[in-house]
Design a protein around this ligand. Structure first.
Ligand code: 9UX
Length: 72
Protein backbone atom coordinates (compact mmCIF):
# COMPACT_ATOMS: atom_id res chain seq x y z
CA UNK A 1 0.00 0.00 0.00
CA UNK A 2 1.34 3.41 -0.96
CA UNK A 3 0.66 6.23 1.47
CA UNK A 4 1.45 9.93 1.55
CA UNK A 5 1.82 11.80 4.79
CA UNK A 6 2.78 15.34 5.69
CA UNK A 7 4.98 15.59 8.76
CA UNK A 8 5.65 18.79 10.67
CA UNK A 9 9.40 19.03 11.17
CA UNK A 10 11.04 21.20 13.81
CA UNK A 11 14.63 22.32 13.96
CA UNK A 12 15.28 23.28 10.35
CA UNK A 13 17.16 26.55 10.47
CA UNK A 14 18.30 26.94 6.88
CA UNK A 15 17.59 25.57 3.43
CA UNK A 16 20.52 23.16 3.67
CA UNK A 17 18.66 21.43 6.47
CA UNK A 18 15.77 20.93 4.09
CA UNK A 19 18.07 19.44 1.45
CA UNK A 20 19.83 17.21 3.96
CA UNK A 21 16.58 15.66 5.19
CA UNK A 22 15.18 15.33 1.69
CA UNK A 23 18.30 13.57 0.41
CA UNK A 24 18.28 11.13 3.32
CA UNK A 25 14.59 10.33 2.89
CA UNK A 26 15.00 9.80 -0.86
CA UNK A 27 17.86 7.37 -0.21
CA UNK A 28 15.79 5.36 2.27
CA UNK A 29 14.36 2.08 1.00
CA UNK A 30 10.60 2.15 0.75
CA UNK A 31 10.31 5.90 0.33
CA UNK A 32 9.02 6.65 -3.12
CA UNK A 33 9.21 10.42 -2.99
CA UNK A 34 10.01 13.08 -0.43
CA UNK A 35 9.65 16.83 -0.52
CA UNK A 36 10.88 18.82 2.45
CA UNK A 37 10.15 22.53 2.88
CA UNK A 38 12.21 24.72 5.14
CA UNK A 39 9.71 27.56 4.67
CA UNK A 40 6.71 25.43 5.56
CA UNK A 41 8.51 23.28 8.14
CA UNK A 42 7.10 20.17 6.56
CA UNK A 43 8.10 16.89 4.98
CA UNK A 44 5.77 15.41 2.40
CA UNK A 45 6.58 11.72 2.12
CA UNK A 46 5.15 9.02 -0.12
CA UNK A 47 6.11 5.51 0.90
CA UNK A 48 5.35 1.84 0.48
CA UNK A 49 3.92 0.51 3.73
CA UNK A 50 5.07 -3.01 2.82
CA UNK A 51 8.69 -1.83 3.02
CA UNK A 52 8.84 0.95 5.59
CA UNK A 53 6.71 2.02 8.51
CA UNK A 54 5.71 5.54 9.45
CA UNK A 55 7.65 5.14 12.71
CA UNK A 56 10.83 4.30 10.81
CA UNK A 57 10.42 7.43 8.69
CA UNK A 58 10.06 9.52 11.86
CA UNK A 59 13.23 7.82 13.13
CA UNK A 60 15.18 8.74 9.99
CA UNK A 61 14.37 12.42 10.55
CA UNK A 62 15.07 12.26 14.28
CA UNK A 63 18.42 10.58 13.69
CA UNK A 64 19.45 13.70 11.76
CA UNK A 65 18.65 15.68 14.94
CA UNK A 66 15.39 17.22 13.78
CA UNK A 67 12.07 16.80 15.51
CA UNK A 68 8.87 15.43 14.11
CA UNK A 69 6.30 17.53 15.92
CA UNK A 70 3.05 16.18 14.55
CA UNK A 71 1.67 14.89 11.33
CA UNK A 72 -1.19 16.61 9.60
MO1 9UX B 1 22.03 25.23 7.94
MO2 9UX B 1 20.96 22.84 8.98
O1 9UX B 1 23.61 26.22 8.26
O2 9UX B 1 21.66 21.24 9.68
S1 9UX B 1 22.31 23.05 7.30
S2 9UX B 1 21.45 24.84 10.00
Amino acid sequence: IVKTRVLRVGGMTCVSCQNKIEKKLKNTAGIISAEVSYNEGTANVTYDTDIISYKTIVGVIENLDYMVLTDQ
